[in-house]
Design a protein around this ligand. Sequence first.
Ligand code: 13P
Length: 250
Amino acid sequence: MRNKIVAGNWKMNTTYDEGENLIKGIIEKKSTVKSDVTLIVAPPFTHLCCFAEPLQKAGVGISAQNCANHEKGAYTGEISAAMLASIDVQYCIIGHSERREYYGETNDILLEKVKLALKYNLTPIFCIGEKLSEREAGKQFEVVKTQLQTVVSQLSAVDFAKIIIAYEPVWAIGTGKTATSAQAQEVHAYIRTVLKETFGAAADNTSILYGGSCNPATAPELFSQPDIDGGLIGGASLKADDFIAVASAF
Ligand code: 13P
């Protein structure tokens, strides 16, 4: 019923040549991944235009890591959703904790980005998750609820049906400290409950991905949980073998 998805967020890694080698490796090994698993890669902006065609030919989705919260105009250095759509990008990661933390992206800004992505037919991969101090204070449910209600709950039912959610506890990102499958499942189930409050049974069709030190060793148990529909992978997506091994964990 729900799409199984494994997406690689390369962040600010790989020169163009390194990136090209990486997608070659992923495309070569893709046949070992079950056909009902959607693979997506999110390289840096500079690589998107040249990677779109080979990835799409191979049946691998292509995503940006961010887009502007304005449609167009005098915003030096920004990349709009329309620009991404014009080079056949299909997905856009929005609200990654690194954008929230280092670039001051608030829930209000993220709502603008999500709406623009949807307007240009990009599928948002909307990221939420609590910081370590919030987890230690037992506030993880409160935090993700606010992140959902200020952005996702503002969408129409038609737009909601298109969105992918990624739960990425900030304390698990790049730390080697994966959430246990029970910790992750607990929050994923809660996210679905919050989405059901606004959108009802449609939330049963929403793919909710786990992110945060997910790797070939931890993916099998995480992906076996009932509300975990795949992963948003950072470090382990930078090696074709590891990325494919994670995607083979279903
Ligand atoms: P790591 O897999 O490196 O922890 O990164 C997760 C992440 O931030 C994916 O968006």
